[in-house]
Each structure stands twice: as structure tokens, then as C-alpha cells.
Design a protein. Structure first.
Ligand SMILES: *[C@@H]1O[C@H](CO)[C@@H](O)[C@H](O)[C@H]1NC(C)=O
Ligand SMILES: *[C@@H]1O[C@H](CO)[C@@H](O)[C@H](O)[C@H]1NC(C)=O
Ligand SMILES: *[C@@H]1O[C@H](CO)[C@@H](O)[C@H](O)[C@H]1NC(C)=O
Ligand SMILES: *[C@@H]1O[C@H](CO)[C@@H](O)[C@H](O)[C@H]1NC(C)=O
Ligand SMILES: *[C@@H]1O[C@H](CO)[C@@H](O)[C@H](O)[C@H]1NC(C)=O
Length: 475
């Protein structure tokens, strides 16, 4: 009887050990996910599980996304063999581009936010790359070229192959484009006894090929730490892609449960062609609307006060602007005319030579010259003025200035220099001397517009008498 009790006790103990280990195995050592919303994942960066699919990257440039199984796997006293199966898809976001790749990652840390975007795939960065203290295994799915690689502690692969799968019926390797919106089935198995890591890929709906794409003899116990996290990392660079994981099974120390293909979600439908606004666009449009809303009244106020200020300024300048003063024809003496011209010339000289940078006024004309009580000339209205470096021509796309004061090269090529200011000053001098506007509809028909050209032509035609007659018209 004692023997029976003894053996019963023995079997009861064995059974409870078995049950406990099974429960342990359920808790983290094996799982299958088709809907990632309740998958107990740690996600960061651009990763999301919103619609049940695990999406690593979105349309943002130079971003990273990570997703790890929250519970670490302890490799201390169990064989570090593992087996995993998943389905992924890479959808390039730009035409003529394959986008960036992604990777299956086994890492001692769950936080890979230091991983750089672009070709570092969000796993390593410039400083951490190729360091043995990383303890990271990455199985990379590269898009440029479409290839499959095993990486240890570095973004430089230990072994890589062009992506293809072995077709058991035709007994040939068939090339596979990874970034092709195609759902691709991956099997990764590590046998701790044989110390062999094997990666096999095939399109979804194709049975597991009998021959793997990559197999690498390696002792992962030398690389792994006691506690490791399993997950995925993806990144975008200047070129972008959406990367999806659509089903994932993992088991430690045994074979992973085969994925049920019927439960794998489809890829999301592309957005309808009538362009749905992205979040960024909506924000931009809102900001612009708010700005316009705020700027309209302030623009009106600005205009109002500017006019008012100009009035005030002219208030301090009892003789108003030179253009009006010349028109009034109050009979300026030659000395007064010279005084005005000297005032404008010294102002222009100060703008062009008196600063580290050159200040181009770009709108020198009589109506921008203000006269105080003593007929001292002041240059006003710097609305078009520009700073520019000495010796450089100012490139302007719009021809800016006032007709009659614009140098021919400014009108033709739109390039403003100190010389074009001086040309305008020359036109102004003629205007002060003649008391006539550079553009004057009352002049002879074919020469009615531009005073300097008119004077020049008159001179060429030896019609100096006519010019002098005009010059001295008022005296
Ligand atoms: C695990 O193995 C270590 C030696 O490698 C041993 O000291 C420890 O007791 C073992 N732990 C368990 C829980 O078996
Ligand atoms: C690179 O990653 C390491 C962690 O792996 C981090 O400590 C370091 O700050 C990162 N460097 C940069 C430049 O981000
Ligand atoms: C990685 O580091 C090892 C030494 O630590 C060096 O021999 C090797 O050339 C490095 N590889 C790359 C790609 O930089
Ligand atoms: C991958 O294919 C390219 C041509 O497409 C070839 O140049 C390269 O050698 C191949 N790589 C391997 C590892 O077979
Ligand atoms: C198929 O590809 C694998 C891995 O690249 C290679 O080892 C094998 O020889 C290839 N088989 C054929 C029939 O080309």
C-alpha cells in the first residue's frame, strides 16, 4: 500500500511539474497573433496596431518604428532554440522606389529608440554599430536590392542572399521582390544543438519550400544575453514605405505553431484617388487659414498707419516731396537744385558705401525724396530696399522699380546693382534740372516716356539746342 501511495505521489508531482511548465510555456514562450491589438506588444516611433495589423512605419520621412513582445524570454536554463513564423509586406510610397527595409530583431533591450532611421533600420546608430555589447540578432529584409540578410551586432550583414524561394515543383529558385505589396511568409528557425540558423521565405499561399534561402552556422548562446526580447524594427529614410506584419507565431525550445493562412489579414486598401487629406495637410491648411484670418485685419491696420505715418513724416518735411515741389514750379534756383541733388547723392553714397553690406534702395525717384524747410533732401520709402553682399548682383525674379528710373539692364534682366540705383539717381538729376518727369505724356510722341533716353537721343541728334531750350524752359 505504501508503495502505491509513493508511486501515486510521484506521478502527482510529475503531473503538476508538467502542468506548471505548460502554463509557463503559454506565458510568453509560445504565441500566435493575427490581430495585434491585444498582442501585449511594446510599440514606439511610427509603429501602430490600430486596425489589427502591425504597421511599423507610416508616411513620415526619416522615422523608425519598433514592436516587441513585452515579455522577455529567459534563456538561462533552457535550450536557446527558437522557431518563428510571420507574414510581412512592404508597400513603397513613391513610384520608382522600393522604400526602406525592415528586420526581425532579437535584442536584450526593448527600447531601440536610439536606432537611426534610413539604412540603420532603426536598430543601430553610427556609434553603436558593430559593437559586441549590442547582443543583437537581426534578420533583415532589404529592398535595395531585394535581399535577405542575417546581421549580428551590426548593420553590415554576416551573410546575405538575393531574395528568392525554392519552388519544389519546378525545382528552381524564383526571385522574389520584397517591396512589392506582396504578402511574404517567413520561417526562421534556430537549432541550438546543431548551432544552425535557417531562414526560408515564400509568397503567402505557397507551402514552405523544402530548401531554405539562408542558413548560417552560428552559436547564438555566445551572442544572446540571459534575457532577450523578440520583435520587429522598421525605418524610413528620404524614400519611404509602409511595412506591415500580418501574423506572427513564436515558440522557444520547440517548433512554432504554423500560421493559419485564412486568418492573415489583407493589406489595407490604398486611399481613394480623390486625395484624402493627411493629418499634416489638414494642420497646414488650418494654420494658413488662421494666419490669413489674423493677417487680413493687421494688414489693413498696417496700411492705414503707414499712410498716417507717411503723413506725419511729411508733416516734419514742410516742403513735401521733390516731385510735387518741382511740379509746383516755385522757381528753384540753380544753387537750390544743386543742394537737393547733393543731399540725395550723399544719402545714396551712404547706403552704397557706408555699411558692411550694400543697401540697394531700388526705388529712387523724385516722389521718394522729401524736402524740409531749408530744402534739405532726405531719401525716404525703403519699402523695396535690400541688403546684399559687396560685389554680388542681386537676383530678382520680379522687375521692381518705377518706369523712367529703371536702368535698361534692370528692365531686361531684372538684376539690381548699385549701378541701377545710380542710373535712377541720374534720371532724378535730369528731372531736378529740367523740372520734367522722366515719364511725361506731353512730350513728343515717339519720345514721350523716358527722360534720359529722350535727352540722350536729343543729344545724338545734335539737337542740343532743343534740349537746352527745354532745360531752360522755366527760367
Ligand atoms: C540554472 O543553471 C545554473 C548554472 O548554469 C544553476 O546554477 C541554476 O541553479 C539553474 N537554475 C535553475 C532554475 O535550474
Ligand atoms: C546610439 O545608440 C546608443 C545605444 O545603443 C546610445 O547610447 C547613443 O546615445 C546613440 N547615439 C546617438 C548619436 O544617437
Ligand atoms: C567591426 O569591428 C571589427 C573589430 O571589432 C572589425 O574587425 C571589423 O572590420 C568591423 N566591421 C566593420 C564593417 O566595420
Ligand atoms: C544579387 O543579384 C545581383 C544582380 O541582380 C548580383 O550582382 C549579385 O551578385 C547577387 N548577389 C548574390 C549574393 O547572389
Ligand atoms: C537556390 O538558391 C539557394 C540559395 O541561394 C542555393 O543554395 C541553391 O543552390 C539554388 N538552387 C538552384 C537550383 O538554383
Amino acid at each position: 500500500m505504501a508503495r502505491v501511495t509513493e508511486s501515486l505521489c510521484f506521478w502527482m508531482t510529475m503531473l503538476s511539474v508538467l502542468v506548471v511548465s505548460l502554463v509557463l510555456a503559454q506565458n510568453g514562450h509560445r504565441f500566435v497573433h493575427y490581430d495585434f491589438r491585444n498582442a501585449d506588444l511594446y510599440i514606439d516611433g511610427t509603429a501602430s496596431t490600430e486596425d489589427g495589423r502591425l504597421r511599423l512605419t507610416d508616411s513620415s520621412k526619416r522615422s523608425t518604428g519598433h514592436a516587441f513582445h513585452q515579455k522577455p524570454i529567459h534563456f538561462r536554463n533552457i535550450s536557446s532554440s527558437f522557431s518563428t513564423e510571420f507574414v510581412f509586406a512592404i508597400i513603397p510610397k513613391q513610384r520608382d522606389s522600393n522604400g526602406q527595409g525592415m528586420a526581425f530583431v532579437v535584442s536584450p533591450t526593448i527600447d531601440l529608440r536610439y536606432g537611426a532611421s534610413g539604412s540603420y533600420l532603426g536598430i543601430f546608430n553610427k556609434t553603436s554599430d558593430n559593437q559586441t555589447k549590442n547582443h543583437i540578432l537581426a534578420v533583415e529584409f532589404d529592398t535595395n536590392p531585394s535581399s535577405e540578410a542575417i546581421n549580428i551586432n551590426s548593420i553590415v550583414s554576416v551573410k546575405s542572399e538575393n531574395a528568392s524561394y525554392y519552388d519544389d515543383t519546378t525545382r528552381r529558385n524564383i526571385t522574389l521582390l520584397l517591396a512589392s505589396k506582396q504578402r511574404i511568409h517567413v520561417w526562421i528557425d534556430y537549432d541550438a544543438e546543431k548551432r544552425l540558423l535557417v531562414v526560408t521565405i515564400a509568397p503567402l499561399n505557397t507551402a514552405k519550400p523544402s530548401s531554405p534561402l539562408l542558413s548560417l552556422p552560428i552559436d547564438l548562446s555566445k551572442i544572446f544575453k540571459e534575457q532577450m526580447y523578440f520583435g520587429f524594427s522598421g525605418s524610413t529614410g528620404v524614400i519611404r514605405s509602409h511595412q506591415y506584419i500580418l501574423g506572427w507565431a513564436l515558440a522557444i525550445g520547440e517548433k512554432a505553431q504554423s500560421l493559419d493562412i485564412s486568418k492573415i489579414l489583407d493589406l489595407p486598401q490604398p486611399a481613394p484617388s480623390s486625395p484624402a487629406l493627411t493629418k499634416a495637410q489638414v494642420i497646414t491648411i488650418s494654420i494658413i487659414s488662421v494666419l490669413v484670418f489674423l493677417m487680413l485685419p493687421s494688414g489693413i491696420l498696417y496700411h492705414y498707419f503707414r499712410k498716417k505715418r507717411k503723413g506725419e513724416l511729411i508733416g516734419h518735411m514742410p516742403n513735401g516731396n521733390l516731385s510735387e515741389y518741382l511740379l509746383k514750379g516755385d522757381g528753384l534756383s540753380w544753387l537750390q537744385r544743386l543742394h537737393i541733388i547733393k543731399g540725395v547723392a550723399s544719402a545714396l553714397c551712404y547706403l552704397h558705401e557706408g555699411w558692411g553690406q550694400v543697401v540697394l534702395h531700388r526705388d529712387i525717384k523724385a516722389s521718394n525724396v522729401l524736402l524740409d524747410a531749408n530744402l534739405n533732401a532726405k531719401l525716404g520709402d525703403f519699402g523695396l530696399a535690400r541688403f546684399h553682399d559687396r560685389g554680388m548682383a542681386l537676383e530678382t525674379r520680379r522687375v521692381i522699380g518705377t518706369t523712367g528710373y529703371m536702368a535698361p539692364e534692370l528692365m531686361i534682366m531684372g538684376v539690381a546693382t548699385t549701378w541701377t540705383d545710380v542710373y535712377a539717381f541720374g534720371a532724378l538729376m535730369l528731372e531736378v534740372i529740367c523740372g520734367r518727369k522722366p515719364v511725361d505724356p506731353n512730350r513728343p510722341k515717339h519720345l514721350k516716356y523716358i527722360l534720359p533716353i529722350w535727352c540722350f537721343c536729343s543729344m545724338i541728334l545734335s539737337d542740343l539746342y532743343f534740349v537746352f531750350q527745354m532745360l531752360l524752359r522755366d527760367y
